[in-house]
Design a protein around this ligand. Sequence first.
Ligand SMILES: [Ca+2]
Ligand SMILES: [Ca+2]
Length: 371
Amino acid sequence: MQKIKVAINIFLFILVIGAGFFVLPICRAEQSEVTVSDGVIRAGERSWQAFPNWRGSLSLVIGDLNADGSREIVVAPGAGGGPHVRIFSFEGRLLGQFNAYASGFRGGVNLAVGDVNSDGRDEIVTGAGPGGGPHVRIFDGAGQVLNQWFAYSKWMKSGVLVQVERGQVVTSEQDVSFGFEMPVPFHRQEHRLSCEIASLTSVLLYKGVDITESELIGLQPQAEPMEYKNGIWGDPSKGYVGDIDASQPLMTGYGVYWEPIAEVAVNFRPAHSFRGADWEYLKAQLLADNALVVWGNLYDAPLALIWQTPEGAEVLGFRGEHAYMVIGWQGDSDSPDRVILMDPLRGRRNVSFDWFLRNWSFLGNSGVVVE
Ligand SMILES: [Ca+2]
Ligand SMILES: [Ca+2]
Protein backbone atom coordinates (compact mmCIF):
# COMPACT_ATOMS: atom_id res chain seq x y z
CA MET A 1 0.00 0.00 0.00
CA GLN A 2 2.82 2.33 0.97
CA LYS A 3 4.66 1.47 -2.25
CA ILE A 4 1.62 2.40 -4.30
CA LYS A 5 1.28 5.66 -2.38
CA VAL A 6 4.93 6.51 -2.99
CA ALA A 7 4.57 5.66 -6.68
CA ILE A 8 1.51 7.90 -6.95
CA ASN A 9 3.31 10.67 -5.14
CA ILE A 10 6.27 10.44 -7.48
CA PHE A 11 3.86 10.41 -10.40
CA LEU A 12 2.12 13.50 -9.02
CA PHE A 13 5.49 15.06 -8.42
CA ILE A 14 6.55 14.49 -12.03
CA LEU A 15 3.16 15.70 -13.21
CA VAL A 16 3.38 18.91 -11.21
CA ILE A 17 7.06 19.46 -11.95
CA GLY A 18 6.36 18.77 -15.59
CA ALA A 19 3.33 21.00 -15.74
CA GLY A 20 4.57 23.68 -13.41
CA PHE A 21 8.24 24.10 -13.94
CA PHE A 22 9.89 22.61 -17.00
CA VAL A 23 7.22 22.10 -19.60
CA LEU A 24 5.74 25.52 -20.21
CA PRO A 25 2.36 25.81 -18.57
CA ILE A 26 -0.09 27.34 -20.97
CA CYS A 27 -3.14 28.92 -19.40
CA ARG A 28 -5.79 30.63 -21.48
CA ALA A 29 -7.19 33.64 -19.69
CA GLU A 30 -8.32 37.00 -20.96
CA GLN A 31 -7.20 35.85 -24.42
CA SER A 32 -3.65 35.68 -23.05
CA GLU A 33 -1.38 32.71 -22.80
CA VAL A 34 0.88 32.61 -19.78
CA THR A 35 4.15 30.72 -20.01
CA VAL A 36 7.20 30.61 -17.82
CA SER A 37 10.73 29.49 -18.67
CA ASP A 38 14.18 30.42 -17.34
CA GLY A 39 12.55 32.65 -14.74
CA VAL A 40 10.73 34.73 -17.37
CA ILE A 41 6.94 35.01 -17.40
CA ARG A 42 5.34 35.64 -20.82
CA ALA A 43 1.72 36.81 -20.98
CA GLY A 44 0.50 37.82 -24.43
CA GLU A 45 2.90 40.40 -25.83
CA ARG A 46 4.61 41.03 -22.50
CA SER A 47 7.42 39.27 -20.71
CA TRP A 48 9.14 39.96 -17.39
CA GLN A 49 11.31 38.26 -14.82
CA ALA A 50 9.50 36.71 -11.89
CA PHE A 51 12.50 36.99 -9.54
CA PRO A 52 15.59 38.77 -10.95
CA ASN A 53 18.02 36.75 -8.79
CA TRP A 54 16.48 33.31 -9.25
CA ARG A 55 17.29 31.03 -12.20
CA GLY A 56 15.82 27.79 -10.85
CA SER A 57 12.41 26.28 -11.33
CA LEU A 58 9.20 28.20 -10.62
CA SER A 59 5.74 27.28 -9.47
CA LEU A 60 3.12 29.38 -11.28
CA VAL A 61 -0.67 29.39 -10.90
CA ILE A 62 -3.48 31.72 -11.99
CA GLY A 63 -6.60 32.81 -10.16
CA ASP A 64 -8.88 35.75 -9.48
CA LEU A 65 -7.77 36.86 -6.03
CA ASN A 66 -9.96 39.96 -5.76
CA ALA A 67 -13.15 38.86 -7.57
CA ASP A 68 -12.89 41.60 -10.21
CA GLY A 69 -13.39 39.13 -13.05
CA SER A 70 -9.80 39.14 -14.28
CA ARG A 71 -7.23 36.70 -13.07
CA GLU A 72 -3.84 37.29 -11.47
CA ILE A 73 -0.57 35.38 -11.85
CA VAL A 74 0.95 33.93 -8.67
CA VAL A 75 4.53 32.71 -8.79
CA ALA A 76 7.13 31.32 -6.34
CA PRO A 77 10.59 29.70 -6.58
CA GLY A 78 10.73 25.89 -6.70
CA ALA A 79 13.10 23.54 -4.82
CA GLY A 80 16.26 25.30 -3.64
CA GLY A 81 14.60 28.72 -3.71
CA GLY A 82 13.35 31.00 -0.97
CA PRO A 83 9.80 31.27 0.39
CA HIS A 84 8.91 34.31 -1.72
CA VAL A 85 5.48 34.56 -3.39
CA ARG A 86 4.73 37.29 -5.92
CA ILE A 87 1.42 38.30 -7.48
CA PHE A 88 1.41 39.95 -10.93
CA SER A 89 -1.26 41.28 -13.24
CA PHE A 90 -1.34 39.94 -16.80
CA GLU A 91 0.37 43.19 -17.76
CA GLY A 92 3.34 42.33 -15.56
CA ARG A 93 2.53 44.76 -12.77
CA LEU A 94 3.60 43.56 -9.30
CA LEU A 95 0.38 43.60 -7.25
CA GLY A 96 1.69 42.06 -4.04
CA GLN A 97 4.33 39.84 -2.48
CA PHE A 98 4.95 38.00 0.77
CA ASN A 99 7.03 35.25 2.37
CA ALA A 100 5.02 32.07 2.70
CA TYR A 101 7.52 30.59 5.22
CA ALA A 102 10.52 31.69 7.30
CA SER A 103 12.80 33.87 5.20
CA GLY A 104 15.78 31.49 5.50
CA PHE A 105 13.86 28.50 4.13
CA ARG A 106 15.38 27.15 0.89
CA GLY A 107 13.01 24.39 -0.14
CA GLY A 108 10.90 26.51 -2.45
CA VAL A 109 7.13 26.86 -2.42
CA ASN A 110 4.47 24.75 -4.12
CA LEU A 111 1.41 26.77 -5.14
CA ALA A 112 -2.27 26.28 -5.87
CA VAL A 113 -5.19 28.70 -6.10
CA GLY A 114 -8.88 28.21 -5.60
CA ASP A 115 -11.83 29.50 -3.65
CA VAL A 116 -11.49 27.40 -0.53
CA ASN A 117 -13.87 29.43 1.65
CA SER A 118 -16.67 30.04 -0.87
CA ASP A 119 -16.49 33.85 -0.76
CA GLY A 120 -16.09 34.24 -4.53
CA ARG A 121 -12.39 35.12 -4.37
CA ASP A 122 -9.57 32.69 -4.97
CA GLU A 123 -7.10 32.06 -2.15
CA ILE A 124 -3.42 31.17 -2.54
CA VAL A 125 -2.52 27.76 -1.09
CA THR A 126 1.16 27.10 -0.40
CA GLY A 127 3.05 23.91 0.48
CA ALA A 128 6.67 23.93 1.68
CA GLY A 129 9.12 22.31 -0.74
CA PRO A 130 11.48 19.35 -0.07
CA GLY A 131 13.54 19.68 3.12
CA GLY A 132 10.64 21.49 4.77
CA GLY A 133 7.89 20.06 6.90
CA PRO A 134 4.51 19.40 5.26
CA HIS A 135 3.32 22.87 6.18
CA VAL A 136 0.25 24.02 4.24
CA ARG A 137 -0.85 27.65 4.43
CA ILE A 138 -3.75 29.54 2.91
CA PHE A 139 -3.29 33.24 2.12
CA ASP A 140 -5.66 35.86 0.81
CA GLY A 141 -4.60 38.12 -2.05
CA ALA A 142 -3.06 40.58 0.43
CA GLY A 143 -0.74 37.91 1.85
CA GLN A 144 -2.61 37.45 5.13
CA VAL A 145 -2.64 33.92 6.54
CA LEU A 146 -6.22 32.62 6.69
CA ASN A 147 -5.42 29.08 7.81
CA GLN A 148 -2.50 26.70 8.17
CA TRP A 149 -1.74 23.13 9.22
CA PHE A 150 0.70 20.27 8.84
CA ALA A 151 -0.57 17.78 6.27
CA TYR A 152 1.53 14.96 7.81
CA SER A 153 3.80 14.66 10.82
CA LYS A 154 5.57 18.00 11.17
CA TRP A 155 8.95 16.20 11.19
CA MET A 156 8.45 14.76 7.69
CA LYS A 157 10.99 16.51 5.48
CA SER A 158 9.48 15.55 2.13
CA GLY A 159 7.77 18.84 1.38
CA VAL A 160 4.11 18.91 0.36
CA LEU A 161 2.38 19.35 -2.99
CA VAL A 162 -0.94 21.20 -2.94
CA GLN A 163 -3.95 21.32 -5.26
CA VAL A 164 -7.45 22.73 -4.93
CA GLU A 165 -10.23 20.44 -6.11
CA ARG A 166 -13.82 21.69 -5.84
CA GLY A 167 -12.90 24.08 -3.05
CA GLN A 168 -10.96 21.46 -1.06
CA VAL A 169 -7.21 21.48 -0.53
CA VAL A 170 -5.66 18.15 -1.59
CA THR A 171 -2.11 17.36 -0.52
CA SER A 172 0.54 14.78 -1.34
CA GLU A 173 4.12 14.23 -0.21
CA GLN A 174 6.60 15.75 -2.64
CA ASP A 175 9.89 13.87 -2.35
CA VAL A 176 9.90 11.06 0.19
CA SER A 177 13.70 10.60 -0.03
CA PHE A 178 14.08 13.58 2.32
CA GLY A 179 12.73 11.40 5.12
CA PHE A 180 11.86 12.33 8.68
CA GLU A 181 13.73 13.64 11.71
CA MET A 182 12.38 14.28 15.20
CA PRO A 183 14.45 16.97 16.96
CA VAL A 184 15.21 15.00 20.14
CA PRO A 185 17.95 16.85 22.07
CA PHE A 186 21.33 15.27 22.81
CA HIS A 187 21.94 14.52 26.48
CA ARG A 188 25.36 12.96 27.10
CA GLN A 189 25.22 10.11 29.62
CA GLU A 190 26.66 11.24 32.96
CA HIS A 191 27.81 7.81 34.16
CA ARG A 192 29.86 5.08 32.55
CA LEU A 193 26.87 2.75 32.22
CA SER A 194 23.87 5.09 32.29
CA CYS A 195 22.92 4.97 28.59
CA GLU A 196 19.36 3.74 29.30
CA ILE A 197 18.30 6.44 31.76
CA ALA A 198 20.28 9.07 29.78
CA SER A 199 18.26 8.16 26.67
CA LEU A 200 15.08 8.48 28.71
CA THR A 201 16.28 11.91 29.89
CA SER A 202 16.57 13.01 26.24
CA VAL A 203 13.14 11.81 25.18
CA LEU A 204 11.47 13.32 28.26
CA LEU A 205 13.19 16.65 27.52
CA TYR A 206 11.84 16.37 23.95
CA LYS A 207 8.38 15.77 25.43
CA GLY A 208 8.65 18.95 27.50
CA VAL A 209 9.44 17.31 30.86
CA ASP A 210 12.05 19.37 32.72
CA ILE A 211 14.13 16.64 34.34
CA THR A 212 17.76 15.68 35.02
CA GLU A 213 19.48 12.35 34.65
CA SER A 214 20.22 12.29 38.40
CA GLU A 215 16.54 12.72 39.24
CA LEU A 216 15.63 9.82 36.97
CA ILE A 217 18.38 7.60 38.39
CA GLY A 218 16.78 8.21 41.79
CA LEU A 219 13.59 6.61 40.46
CA GLN A 220 15.29 3.67 38.79
CA PRO A 221 14.91 0.40 40.75
CA GLN A 222 18.04 -1.59 41.63
CA ALA A 223 18.13 -5.30 40.84
CA GLU A 224 19.35 -7.67 43.55
CA PRO A 225 21.95 -8.91 44.23
CA MET A 226 24.13 -5.90 43.51
CA GLU A 227 27.23 -8.08 42.98
CA TYR A 228 27.71 -10.93 40.54
CA LYS A 229 28.63 -14.09 42.40
CA ASN A 230 28.66 -17.79 41.46
CA GLY A 231 26.71 -17.18 38.27
CA ILE A 232 23.93 -15.30 40.08
CA TRP A 233 23.22 -11.61 39.40
CA GLY A 234 20.31 -9.23 39.16
CA ASP A 235 17.50 -9.35 36.63
CA PRO A 236 17.75 -6.38 34.18
CA SER A 237 14.03 -6.67 33.45
CA LYS A 238 13.38 -5.89 37.16
CA GLY A 239 15.95 -3.17 37.82
CA TYR A 240 19.46 -1.86 37.29
CA VAL A 241 22.08 -4.64 37.40
CA GLY A 242 25.33 -3.83 39.25
CA ASP A 243 26.98 -0.44 39.64
CA ILE A 244 26.16 2.31 37.10
CA ASP A 245 29.81 3.56 37.25
CA ALA A 246 31.44 0.16 37.04
CA SER A 247 32.54 -2.22 34.27
CA GLN A 248 30.73 -4.67 31.99
CA PRO A 249 33.92 -6.70 31.21
CA LEU A 250 34.59 -7.12 34.95
CA MET A 251 30.88 -7.88 35.53
CA THR A 252 30.68 -5.23 38.23
CA GLY A 253 28.07 -3.24 36.35
CA TYR A 254 25.74 -4.08 33.46
CA GLY A 255 22.64 -2.00 32.75
CA VAL A 256 18.87 -2.25 32.67
CA TYR A 257 16.26 -3.36 30.17
CA TRP A 258 13.10 -1.78 28.78
CA GLU A 259 10.52 -2.70 31.45
CA PRO A 260 12.06 -0.73 34.38
CA ILE A 261 12.82 2.22 32.08
CA ALA A 262 9.16 2.32 30.97
CA GLU A 263 8.14 2.23 34.66
CA VAL A 264 10.29 5.30 35.33
CA ALA A 265 8.88 7.06 32.24
CA VAL A 266 5.22 6.63 33.25
CA ASN A 267 5.84 8.95 36.21
CA PHE A 268 5.94 11.77 33.65
CA ARG A 269 4.33 10.70 30.35
CA PRO A 270 2.28 7.84 28.93
CA ALA A 271 4.86 5.19 28.08
CA HIS A 272 5.23 1.47 27.51
CA SER A 273 7.92 -1.07 26.74
CA PHE A 274 7.89 -3.49 23.81
CA ARG A 275 9.82 -6.49 22.52
CA GLY A 276 9.80 -8.30 19.17
CA ALA A 277 8.79 -5.19 17.23
CA ASP A 278 9.64 -4.39 13.60
CA TRP A 279 10.57 -1.29 11.62
CA GLU A 280 6.92 -0.62 10.71
CA TYR A 281 6.15 -0.31 14.41
CA LEU A 282 8.99 2.15 15.04
CA LYS A 283 8.00 4.21 12.01
CA ALA A 284 4.35 4.40 13.11
CA GLN A 285 5.43 5.59 16.58
CA LEU A 286 7.63 8.34 15.12
CA LEU A 287 4.91 9.50 12.74
CA ALA A 288 2.59 9.77 15.75
CA ASP A 289 5.24 11.99 17.44
CA ASN A 290 6.07 9.30 20.00
CA ALA A 291 9.73 9.19 21.03
CA LEU A 292 11.67 5.90 21.09
CA VAL A 293 14.47 4.39 23.15
CA VAL A 294 15.76 1.08 21.73
CA TRP A 295 18.28 -1.51 22.94
CA GLY A 296 21.27 -2.46 20.81
CA ASN A 297 25.01 -2.75 21.24
CA LEU A 298 28.21 -0.73 20.97
CA TYR A 299 29.81 -3.58 18.99
CA ASP A 300 28.94 -5.31 15.75
CA ALA A 301 29.72 -8.81 17.09
CA PRO A 302 29.16 -8.58 20.86
CA LEU A 303 30.17 -11.23 23.35
CA ALA A 304 27.21 -12.87 25.08
CA LEU A 305 27.03 -12.77 28.90
CA ILE A 306 24.78 -15.31 30.60
CA TRP A 307 23.81 -15.48 34.25
CA GLN A 308 20.95 -16.60 36.48
CA THR A 309 18.68 -14.46 38.58
CA PRO A 310 18.11 -15.37 42.25
CA GLU A 311 14.74 -16.74 41.12
CA GLY A 312 16.54 -19.12 38.72
CA ALA A 313 15.70 -17.40 35.42
CA GLU A 314 18.43 -17.25 32.79
CA VAL A 315 19.46 -13.77 31.60
CA LEU A 316 20.96 -13.25 28.16
CA GLY A 317 23.10 -10.14 28.09
CA PHE A 318 25.80 -8.79 25.85
CA ARG A 319 29.00 -6.98 26.56
CA GLY A 320 28.50 -3.53 25.04
CA GLU A 321 24.74 -3.52 25.76
CA HIS A 322 23.67 -0.02 24.77
CA ALA A 323 20.45 1.99 24.62
CA TYR A 324 19.94 4.85 22.18
CA MET A 325 17.11 6.66 20.43
CA VAL A 326 15.73 6.20 16.93
CA ILE A 327 14.70 9.68 15.76
CA GLY A 328 14.19 9.37 12.01
CA TRP A 329 15.25 8.08 8.62
CA GLN A 330 16.40 9.14 5.19
CA GLY A 331 14.92 7.64 2.03
CA ASP A 332 11.80 5.54 1.52
CA SER A 333 10.10 5.05 4.89
CA ASP A 334 9.45 1.32 4.19
CA SER A 335 13.09 0.52 3.60
CA PRO A 336 15.18 3.57 4.44
CA ASP A 337 18.68 4.27 3.14
CA ARG A 338 19.74 5.47 6.60
CA VAL A 339 18.31 5.37 10.11
CA ILE A 340 18.95 8.47 12.23
CA LEU A 341 19.89 7.81 15.86
CA MET A 342 20.52 9.97 18.90
CA ASP A 343 23.17 8.19 20.92
CA PRO A 344 23.82 9.25 24.56
CA LEU A 345 27.56 8.59 24.03
CA ARG A 346 28.12 9.68 20.45
CA GLY A 347 25.39 12.18 19.63
CA ARG A 348 23.42 12.25 16.38
CA ARG A 349 24.41 9.48 14.00
CA ASN A 350 23.01 8.02 10.86
CA VAL A 351 23.58 4.36 10.15
CA SER A 352 22.59 1.98 7.36
CA PHE A 353 19.20 0.31 7.67
CA ASP A 354 20.90 -3.13 7.73
CA TRP A 355 23.29 -2.08 10.48
CA PHE A 356 20.39 -0.81 12.56
CA LEU A 357 18.24 -3.94 12.10
CA ARG A 358 21.12 -6.20 13.11
CA ASN A 359 22.12 -4.04 16.08
CA TRP A 360 18.54 -3.83 17.31
CA SER A 361 18.08 -7.61 17.00
CA PHE A 362 20.67 -8.62 19.65
CA LEU A 363 18.26 -7.91 22.52
CA GLY A 364 15.13 -8.97 20.69
CA ASN A 365 13.95 -5.76 18.94
CA SER A 366 12.99 -4.15 22.21
CA GLY A 367 12.47 -0.60 23.39
CA VAL A 368 10.36 2.00 25.14
CA VAL A 369 7.79 4.34 23.59
CA VAL A 370 7.19 7.70 25.28
CA GLU A 371 4.06 9.50 24.08
CA1 LIG B 1 -8.57 39.70 -10.17
CA1 LIG C 1 -12.25 32.55 -1.28
